[in-house]
Design a protein around this ligand. Sequence first.
Ligand code: HEC
Ligand code: HEC
Length: 501
Amino acid sequence: MGRPATCRISIFICLLLALPTLATANEPNHPTIPSLATLLADLDSGARSLDDLRALGLSVFATPFNVADGMGDGPYDPAEADRLAFGHRPTLQGNGLSLRVNGLDAQSCNECHTIVSNNSRLPTLGIGGVGGVVQNAIIVSSLIDVGDSSDDRVQFRGGHEPELPLVEDGVADFNGRYANPPFLFGGGGVELLAKEMTADLQYFLKEARNAPVGTEIHLDTHGVSFGSLTSLGQGKVDLTKVEGIGPIDRASVPAEEVLVVRPFGRKGENFSMRDFDRGAMQFHFGIQPDEVVGEEQDEDGDGLAGEVTVAEMSMLHIFDVTNPKPRIQALGDDGRKGKAVFREIGCNSCHRSVLKTRGKRVPLAFPEVAEDPWANVYLEIDLRKAGFRPTNQGGLRVPLFSDLKRHKMGPRLAETFERAEIPNDEFITARLWGIADTAPYLHDGRATTLFDAIELHGGEAQAARDAFLALPENERQYLLTFLGKLRTPRNPNQELVELVR
Ligand code: HEC
Ligand code: HEC
């Protein structure tokens, strides 16, 4: 990580030149690792185990980066058209390194993904967990009206776009996104499901492109319906009946891009964990992955190139997808009754208890192609390794309690974000596995109890929410008892800790 310009004279002279400053120079916290090809060859030959590679990934995830690792954007650039974009973001008092609002908010990934259980008076901390509200990300925010002013927009200058009406009403008007960190547990199963679903949707698209005008093709995959496509003839398709995926403006991108299942992020924006990680590196740390800016490129002008290499991002991806699966405790009588209530009142229509994969191995690719998950695969990992149980049909059971679709959740949950590419009232169905341990709830952590999380459901979930509130007290309790059995994994990733040290 973070290579300054190479010293081309002899190593000896270099050392001599460096000696007087060595004691005080900034050193990267992160060690340099071999290339992806070398690491994969080591895995093949047995010189390194999969756990060794996972440990390298954990080290990327947990190392507190510093300036010598590439932490921070480059110098503020007044010519930058979009002041909120990565690379030259304004910083507090021009410190060049941190802001907290709109990223530049932490030194390591694990700083935010730390809580393994909030289900006891002493929370359990660990690797890859959720975050509390203090770890929320404040995303692309151009306005936070902390003082609830009535109309002081004159104070906001060019670069801001606060078109929100400012009214004195106890609401701190906000133009941006506020998101609470989910955990990484079971992420491999989610990624494999999404990739298989995407492959199916792309197949349906090809069919629709070749079908006679007016043919309707249903987008059913893995037991989930993503609506339908209608053929318009001559290779064209009508996307208006596609459900739960794609940007607001479907006409703005090719149909292939719309028909990609993106399970990661609260809004369902990222097709793989690596896809998420690329943005996370830039957003949180101002660290620029080679695979985004190009090898040896110092795009943000902070004096460092190679801030995070393809090999490092690949190891991080291996760590991501091998995070252990959440567990379900024995339900007991009340829990079983609760599971039945959960089904009866329609929670299960979105929070699908189990989805099954066709295969067992999640493909990891570089470079990744969203629409073609099996292109450029460098490694496939059998997810029984992460605790997933096989089906009789050669796949895996993923007990995620989600359909991996977005749904309209009503005005009470809607965000106020003018640059939204996904409607402000839509969120991906939260996966409920592990839910007993992961308070606070909902996309921004606004609910501190499961009851409140359910009560805040609206929109497409209004009927299920109303049915929940109308339940007799004991049945409501059964349902909460059932949710209380959905636990995070025990001691996640602890087996890697010794390998990192
Ligand atoms: C400041 C806190 C913070 C830091 C630091 C952070 N994250 Fe996150 N993480 C979040 C939040 C908030 C979300 C949800 C974002 C959203 O919904 O758009 C998230 C979501 C994720 C997800 C998607 C999980 C899912 O199931 O949807 C992954 C994967 C992830 N983070 C990995 C990382 C990695 C890797 C790093 C380091 C490069 C990192 N995070 C650093 C707060 C953080
Ligand atoms: C129409 C689809 C839909 C239905 C029906 C539905 N939910 Fe949800 N649920 C969601 C979505 C989407 C979210 C995420 C909302 C957000 O991020 O703010 C969510 C979030 C949750 C959460 C919080 C999860 C977390 O990690 O923060 C809980 C708990 C929950 N739902 C339980 C239920 C229960 C119980 C029912 C039945 C009464 C139910 N849901 C019915 C779509 C649905």
